[in-house]
Write a protein of this length. Sequence first.
Length: 178
Amino acid sequence: MGTLNRAAWVLAGLTALLAMVACWRWWLVWLDQRRCSRLDALYRGSGQAAVDEMVGVDFEHYVAAVLRGVGYTVEVTKASGDFGVDLIATKNGVRTAVQCKRQARAVNGSAIQQVVAGAAVHECTATMVVSNHRYTPAAEKLAEVHGCVLVDRVRLARLSRAGRFQASPDQGPTNRSR
């Protein structure tokens, strides 16, 4: 066996090894995407009673799954120092700062103030507050002034079931659930 023949076999072996590693990597990425999509489907399939029992971080992941289901690319911000922005949702080039509020009472204006202030820090052009409850009249007025989209429990349930978003952040003053 000559030197040239031996070099050809070594090159063929290295190529085969590289192909196997590439296939393995692709398979791992595919499994991760599959796991994420199944987890999103489980979150979106949760009923309102389950949503009401979630802790804050679970609610944020639930909202992220719902937003992904309606076509957003979602980034979860770090837990502390997020300046009132829990998620950054991007759709059609528009970055939306999202504040998630899972609570047992109506959401007041402080949530809108936080997300509007945090939007500038995260370089977002739109804002949204998502809650498992309703909003106070003062919060609705403040959201209207700032163009902040409010998603209450009724709209959230519709989004979760229907997989479509009725009011996009650039729609202006139509920020209440219908």
